[in-house]
Write a protein that binds this ligand. Sequence first.
Ligand SMILES: [Zn+2]
Length: 409
Amino acid sequence: MKLGPYQFLFNPIFVTLLLFQFSLKFGHSCPSRGGLYRRNSRKPLYLKQRVPDVEEFSIKASGKSQGKITRNSSKFNTLVSCYSTDIVFKDEEGTGADRIMSKRLREKLRILAKKVKEKWRGSTRLRVIEAWDEDGTHSAHSLHYEGRAVDITTSDLDKQKYPELGRLAVEAGFDWVFYESQEHIHASVYDYKGQKEPWKGCFTANAKVVLEGGKRIPIKNVKPGQKVQSLDDQGKIAFSEVLLFLDFDPWAQNKSFVIIETEKPFKRLALTKNHLIFYKTTNSSESLAKVKLAGLVKIGEYLMVDHEGILMASRVSTVDTGIRNGMIAPLTTHGNLFVDGVLASCYSEVTNHHLAHMAFSPVRFVKKFAPGLLKKMDISVEQRGLHWFARFLIWLNKLFGIADFASNF
Ligand SMILES: [Zn+2]
């Protein structure tokens, strides 16, 4: 961890003020609280439907335009070409421009192409009408100019299939999907500038947490305001309120997870390798639990587990990787929680749990002194992906380089 002259930026009051401004900016643009995005997401799209139902440039969707990329701009190097044989490219320009796109767009397109193939059993493929546009045929700030947007159809041009194609695009993980016209679906992605996504580390959608009262439920079904089993400041098992979801994407598919098993008692936890977890090198009750990235946990170390309400150190017997679905990361008041009986941090990517916990102190501050504002911050009804506050902290950090990220990890 390096604490530069900008450490004051993580001062709770300072950040709360910024946060307040931010929530004024974004809070009001929230779609109605009754939005049923989460429930409706698996239905075919209807004409003009947007998922999520916000403006494309919203931070909750694909975010602002970063400026046109031309063949001469330095950013052109950040674009990649897509040569998937599962995709038909219209390439009306004859320049191959439609194959050029951002990395993230290509990743999502490839996932979608597979889904299209599966859905129509190979008889129909995904067709790209337009991706990167260098001819200026779109509106002024179109994400097509940055290779972050794509217009798609099915290869057979069967318009009956487009509602389903839209649904599959949502599932594939595009940050914004718009059933723009009867002729095509428009989909776009957030600009991560090829960087890692700090605080984007997660548990699988079906991992279980324990609610106050003892009920075990899948983490994807937890609602902000509910209390989940965690560790309090005295190191006792307690129940801690879920404030919001740092990340919420139960539809994310085929994600890579570290799977850690412990013996006596047996526990199995899957989490992304950049997620922080508590561990000990011995099971002596004297030793204090430390925190590290899940991907660095070794056999023979100890994880902190819940054994019938008692906190125990349980020896790691296997560490493996596997593919699982869903990416969920709740933020609790205490900054930790038990998932599948194993104590984990709420944070990821940053290497310092305490710094991350401090960075999110404004959320706790808001909960205490302005619960109404916290309600506004709960976007879980229509959230997909990172919460804007997490993105805001990423932006702050990018600006001032406060926390160390596990960038070489
Ligand atoms: Zn478009």
